[in-house]
Design a protein around this ligand. Structure first.
Ligand SMILES: Cc1cc2nc3c(=O)[nH]c(=O)nc-3n(C[C@H](O)[C@H](O)[C@H](O)COP(=O)(O)OP(=O)(O)OC[C@H]3O[C@@H](n4cnc5c(N)ncnc54)[C@H](O)[C@@H]3O)c2cc1C
Length: 559
């Protein structure tokens, strides 16, 4: 008994949970214990299990059966298969066992009293809850469904995918595939369940959305450290000594939006994203595109794609007949005059763009020494200048039309788009002003933002921010230093986008390699000389990222 107690007490891994099966009862009771342990392990509630039998015969039984087989486990998951306390004439050391059990029980109930509150049970909130609970901290997860639904949510289940059932590419040499692999290595619940409920979709990871949400909901419901409350939260809880994670998503309820406005200020919270396309600068033809700011004597900061009259009129004609994405019922967008979609501007007249975002004045083309007829201006999207934004080109054109029409722009015939334009109903904060790289709100370090609300775009990216917020909230709860993923990783690249973008032009982003640190000069030169393919460059990114991730995990014990 003492030996068992000492082993449990000395067990340093804070992520583990110990199932103590002190049964002296029937074989059936013992079976229930073993089954429960198996379930906990299967759902990843704990990493290792100590099964503890006080009855010698039972111990022998199970040893003979083999724990690993009974639990369908790799034996490495069971660090301590069996403790055996011998019987004495007065029964076994019952007092010691009871006391010990109560100690453990107290630890769990104390943890339960100190719950980390997570508001929003979407992809980000569910992943955060999982990450918190698997680190031994208790969670109270709030979701307003099924009492209230946002206009896009319909299922009563948690982790609902509101539109497509695809989590995009699974290939590790794509940025989103790399992000997934990093999440798998960080024990993401969403990634595990997505794989379990996948449907055939070529290189993409797509899921059966019903089974996916159901499995996640069940997994969280069964977790002993997670309590789920179906209730709308209308306020952000006041600071207390337990962290809070806010993950109410792009369609956060009105009351919570108002609470956020009070906290952040109206001008730091957006209600729509008006996204202009972003292009990888290396895909531009620099024999045509030139660097210049309006009326600047020097080279300036903007890249300019010059158009003559013929090219401009062909471009306008293409825009006029292009297909657009229809508005959803709840997207009764009242556009701001300063932020109109290009197709709306074109509908007002052929010259509207030429006197608006495509104005050529003060932008002498160095090849002619004159202003072109019209200009598409590109503004740096990141410090390293690997990505450029098409200024004023927010649009609701379909993606295929954007790919076709924007490649008509001189200098962009081979354009490789990191992101295409869109206009959506979306609630998100101005992350570069408000967030720490740990996802804490600068003004409220106990409050973490996760998911789309934090300023990323997409299912996988939202989930990844839930994963990081969950790790950091649990570390705060247990008095451990908070962590920031290395910038070479896909997680780190998203954090860089959130915290180091220009706040004046901040818009949510999908993960893409343009957000990653610039290659060093040596690598760049080598790649140019070797003319390596995009896929191979993706592989290089992935191997650098995964090595950095492993080191980071080792340094901070992030299993
Ligand atoms: C219409 C639409 C379509 C989209 N389609 C795609 C797509 O196809 N592919 C893609 O990658 N991304 C898509 N996105 C973008 C985005 O990635 C997803 O919305 C993603 O689900 C965001 O995850 P999340 O956890 O941040 O928010 P959500 O998944 O929306 O979860 C938020 C949860 O919070 C709950 N909630 C809200 N307010 C409260 C409150 N006050 N109290 C308690 N609970 C509350 C909601 O019920 C919801 O369950 C879409 C977004 C929208 C709006």
């Amino acid at each position: 008994m003492q030996e068992a107690t000492a082993q449990v007490a000395n067990h340093a891994n804070p992520c583990s949970m110990w199932i103590l099966q002190g049964t002296t009862g029937t074989r059936k009771t013992a079976d229930t214990g073993v089954q429960k342990a198996g379930e906990y392990l299967h759902y990843g509630c704990c990493q290792d299990v100590a099964l503890w039998f006080l009855d010698k015969d039972r111990t022998t039984d199970y040893n003979n059966l083999g724990f690993a087989d009974t639990l369908h486990l790799a034996s490495s998951q069971i660090i301590s298969t069996c403790y055996h306390a011998s019987k004495t004439k007065n029964g076994f050391a019952r007092d010691a066992w009871v006391n010990f059990f109560y100690d453990i029980y107290d630890t769990f109930t104390m943890n339960k009293k100190k719950q980390i509150q997570i508001i929003g049970g979407g992809l980000a909130g569910c992943e955060a809850a999982w990450q918190v609970a698997r680190r031994g901290c208790a969670v109270c997860l709030y979701d307003m469904k099924p009492h209230r639904f946002s206009p896009a949510h319909h299922s009563p289940l948690l982790a609902e995918m509101v539109c497509s059932n695809s989590l995009r590419s699974n290939a590790q040499n794509s940025a989103v595939g790399l992000l997934k692999e990093e999440m798998r290595r960080l024990n993401s619940l969403v990634m595990r369940v997505a794989t379990e409920t996948a449907v055939p979709a070529g290189k993409a990871l797509a899921v059966n959305r019903e089974l996916f949400s159901q499995a996640i909901t069940e997994c969280l419901e069964r977790h002993p450290l997670i309590e789920i409350i179906h209730q709308e939260q209308t306020e952000i809880p006041a600071p207390a000594n337990t962290p809070i994670i806010l993950a109410t998503g792009p369609l956060t309820s009105e009351a919570m939006t108002e609470a956020l406005v009070q906290l952040t200020g109206r001008d730091r919270l957006a209600f729509y994203d008006a996204i202009a396309p972003i292009v990888h600068s290396e895909s531009l033809d620099m024999n045509i595109v030139y660097l210049k700011s309006r009326y600047d004597d020097g080279p300036g900061d903007y890249l300019n794609c010059p158009m003559n009259k013929e090219e401009y009129l062909a471009f306008i004609a293409a825009l006029k007949s292009a297909d657009t994405v229809p508005l959803k019922d709840f997207e009764d967008v009242k556009y701001f005059e300063g932020c109109l979609p290009i197709e709306v501007m074109v509908a007002r007249g052929d010259n509207t763009l030429r006197f608006g975002p495509m104005k050529p004045v003060g932008l002498d083309d160095p090849r002619t020494g004159r202003w072109p007829y019209a200009v598409v201006q590109l503004r740096k999207e990141n410090r390293q200048g690997s990505l450029y934004n098409l200024v004023g080109f927010q649009t609701k054109l379909t993606y295929s039309e954007q790919n076709r029409i924007f490649r008509m722009i001189p200098g962009m015939t081979q354009a490789d788009f990191a992101r295409l334009g869109s206009i959506h109903r979306n609630t998100f904060v101005c992350a570069p002003e408000l967030l720490e790289p740990t996802l804490q709100l600068k003004s409220r370090p106990d409050l973490f933002l996760a998911g789309q609300l934090s300023g990323v775009e997409g299912y996988v990216e939202s989930t990844a921010m839930g994963l990081l917020a969950g790790i950091n909230a649990s570390r705060m709860m247990t008095g451990r230093p908070l962590v920031i993923p290395p910038p070479e990783t896909a997680h780190g690249a998203l954090i860089t986008h959130l915290t180091q973008s220009d706040p004046k032009h901040f818009q949510p982003s999908n993960v893409n390699f343009g957000l990653f640190p610039e290659w060093n000069e040596g690598d760049k030169q080598e790649q140019k000389t070797a003319k390596i393919s995009k896929a191979l460059r993706g592989e290089l990114r992935a191997s650098t990222a995964l090595a950095a991730l492993t080191q980071w995990q080792d340094e901070h014990e992030l299993q």
